[in-house]
Design a protein around this ligand. Structure first.
Ligand code: FAD
Length: 655
């Protein structure tokens, strides 16, 4: 009789701890499988796979590029991190007596080839299991694997994703449509946060999993791809095609240090988690979380969470061990056994934000990716002038009279990603992101606000750019945060919330070290206002700093007049009531409206088809050439004259 093999397709659940599938197999002796074959698929629609082809071969798949800005879907930092995470999982599984097969290809093709190949070798595949993940593409993959299983008469099971802090099955929502549109309401319904998370599932012991099949019976990687047999080889193949996407970008400055030097994988995640408690990073988190420089101001756990190397509730349980005084590893740490403190409370609060973004994704589905955002259809504009008019680099989509025109916007987008806009905080953050894959939450908020509120550029360029560049990219957190800042998501203050990146730099980069280290061109400028906007320096200072003719001085993408006491230099502010007038909306979407909008889910709600005319030029560009300065100074006032100089802060804690 042939033996029964279980194929476990791993996705963003790259861990052996708190893993529902592995825990089930290790603890339920009656599972009925003789072998377990864990498989990780490198998916060609989400990450470029041509690096896995020996030189000269052609990939059967289109390049993995984004739909609006034509960016790579997955850039080098995340590709490296994922390679490390996959390799770490392989080592962990091997240490339990199991193993991991890595394959390039569409997930349904990988499943089909394994089912067929194993059958030829006399092994019946009894079932294919995978965990569920939010996302249009993710659900498409799940359906495709289910169809392959049905065609082959193989049982298919989709396991609940265990990555929520407070499990989505425990939050009391009958359907995702019941999720409140304001985070605070959701938070209140979920409190007390510390009491709600489910227990962590134990890590399987050595020898507790069904054995790994003999490698001789496992079908190999299908042509034209080949699978490297070392970590270095895996990372090299994964990152090779996407490494030099912006050859003319400013280099990694000598003065800068990465805030995210961390390796991918569950092992590194657990080390980091323990370090954060041990070093009092968790305890101090509330006071440090708005930092910009270094590894310690925030947890840097996001990339581990995004790939499922760690779960939110594992973080929570580690904190409980410290707070309750039950984990002696932490007995020397200040606050041991003293209960929840303001730092650990704030961490839980942030993890709930992460849950909320995922729940929004469940609720709004593919509206996550559309220009009008979650709000979209429900917003009624009494006056068309007030409707947000997004600027685009697409010639066929630009509004008549768009200023600058599509080519000008393409040029600005290029400078935006390269970090040469002339807005110090934005440029520092973009260069940091480009070179390290990470930039702080504070910087992300400013970057997103700058692109969408100051430049009025289609926010999806920014979201796609982050998708490519971030080491911690997560579909729900990224797109929902971009919507939030762009004013089309579920920020109750929507388009009225604007960050002034000069004021923010004064507040959060007090000595200017962050901007100076990532934008060394401005490091010789003495005055902070000049560091944050080089064009404001005197001619002599510009010359002395060697900035003569530099595009950041001659043609900043935006000029914000800002005086150190926070008062705008011009007095063209409109009274507050005018701003309030902006918010003439039809109110929050109702469940029935949402249902019908989602129910239709036609082309308009899908991720748009790639438009060949929409290309952000990511090749070499004439950055040093001064362009005629067409950008008049503004007093924190964007096109349309309705935005104000007064900054409205996004303080999540006080929302
Ligand atoms: C425009 C924009 C895009 C973003 N894109 C992503 C993304 O792709 N992936 C991602 O994980 N986060 C994203 N964030 C949220 C946040 O910036 C990062 O989670 C955080 O900076 C990661 O660093 P950390 O782990 O040190 O965070 P910490 O400050 O230590 O926070 C702890 C954890 O809480 C969660 N968290 C914190 N803030 C948020 C938030 N605003 N939304 C959702 N979860 C949060 C994260 O999982 C984080 O690891 C984005 C924010 C903005 C404004």
């Amino acid at each position: 009789m042939s033996s029964r093999v279980l194929i476990y397709l791993l996705r963003r659940d790259l861990r052996i701890g708190d893993n529902p599938v592995l825990n089930h197999l290790a603890t339920e002796p009656g599972h009925g499988f003789d072998f377990l074959l864990p498989v990780y698929g490198i998916l060609p629609h989400q990450t470029e796979v041509s690096g896995f082809i020996d030189d000269g071969g052609k990939s059967p798949f289109p390049e993995a590029r984004s739909q609006v800005g034509n960016f790579w879907r997955c850039g080098p930092h995340r590709a490296k991190f994922m390679g490390e995470a996959v390799w770490d999982l392989k080592k962990s599984l091997e240490s339990l007596g199991s193993g991991l097969v890595v394959r390039v290809g569409k997930i349904e093709d990988v499943a089909q080839s394994l089912i067929e190949g194993l059958a030829k070798n006399g092994h019946e595949v009894g079932a294919v299991w995978m965990t569920e993940h939010e996302g249009t593409e993710e659900h498409h993959d799940e359906k495709a694997v289910a169809a392959v299983c049905a065609n082959n008469g193989v049982e298919y099971k989709l396991w609940a994703d265990e990555k929520y802090f407070i499990d989505d099955r425990d939050v009391g929502l009958e359907t995702p449509q019941d999720l409140p549109d304001v985070f605070t309401l959701y938070r209140k319904s979920a409190e007390p946060l510390r009491a709600k998370p489910r227990a962590v599932l134990p890590t399987p012991g050595k020898g507790s999993l069904p054995p790994f099949p003999d490698v001789s019976i496992i079908p190999g990687q299908s042509q034209p791809f080949s699978m490297p047999e070392s970590l270095d080889g895996l990372v090299e193949s994964w990152t090779k095609p996407v490494r030099n996407f912006l050859p003319d970008a400013p280099g990694f400055p000598e003065s800068a240090v990465s805030a995210h030097p961390f390796e991918g994988g569950e092992t590194a995640a657990l080390v980091r988690l323990s370090h954060l408690i041990q070093s009092e990073g968790m305890k101090n988190y509330k006071n440090t979380r708005n930092g910009l420089i270094g590894t310690e101001f925030s947890t840097k756990l996001s990339a581990y969470l995004a790939q499922g190397c760690l779960t939110s509730r594992q973080i929570h349980h580690a904190l409980l061990g410290y707070e309750d005084g039950t984990d002696s590893t932490y007995e020397e740490v200040d606050g041991y056994g003293a209960g929840e403190n303001e730092g650990t409370e704030a961490i839980r609060f942030e993890l709930l934000w992460r849950d909320y973004m995922r729940l929004c994704h469940q609720k709004f589905k593919s509206k996550l990716f559309r220009l009008e955002g979650f709000k979209g259809d429900e917003v009624v504009y009494n006056d068309d002038e007030k409707k947000q008019k997004w600027k685009t680099a697409a010639r066929d989509k630009a509004q008549p009279g768009q200023e600058p025109g599509p080519d000008g916007i393409a040029d600005i987008l290029h400078r935006f990603v390269a970090g040469t806009t002339g807005m110090g905080l934005i440029d520092a953050s973009q260069r940091e992101l480009l070179h390290t894959g990470y930039t702080s939450n504070r910087a992300r908020q400013n970057v997103a606000s700058f692109l969408t509120k100051h430049l009025s550029i289609d926010w999806r360029y920014g979201a796609e750019w982050y998708e490519m560049a971030l080491v911690d990219y997560d579909v729900s957190s990224n797109w929902a945060n971009w919507q939030y800042v762009a004013g089309v998501g579920n920020d109750p203050r929507g388009e009225m919330r604007i960050f002034n990146p000069v004021k923010q730099a004064f507040d959060y980069d007090k000595g200017g070290s962050y901007v100076r280290s990532w934008v060394p061109e401005v490091s010789k400028l003495e005055k902070l206002e000049n560091v944050f906007q080089a064009w404001t320096a005197s001619e002599d200072d510009i010359k002395a700093a060697g900035l003569d003719g530099n595009i950041m001085v001659t043609d900043p993408v935006k000029r914000i007049e800002f005086s150190v006491d926070g008062k705008p230099l011009r007095s063209n502010r409109r009274p507050f009531y005018r701003r309030r007038g902006l918010g003439r909306r039809s109110g929050s979407p109702t469940a029935s409206e949402d249902k019908s909008a989602d129910g239709k889910d036609g082309q308009a709600n899908k991720r748009v088809t790639p438009d060949k005319s929409v290309q952000v030029p990511l090749g070499p560009q004439k950055l040093a050439e001064p362009i005629e300065d067409s950008s008049a100074p503004i007093t924190f006032q964007a096109e349309g004259g309705l935005r104000e100089s007064e900054e409205l802060e996004w303080e999540q804690v006080q929302e």
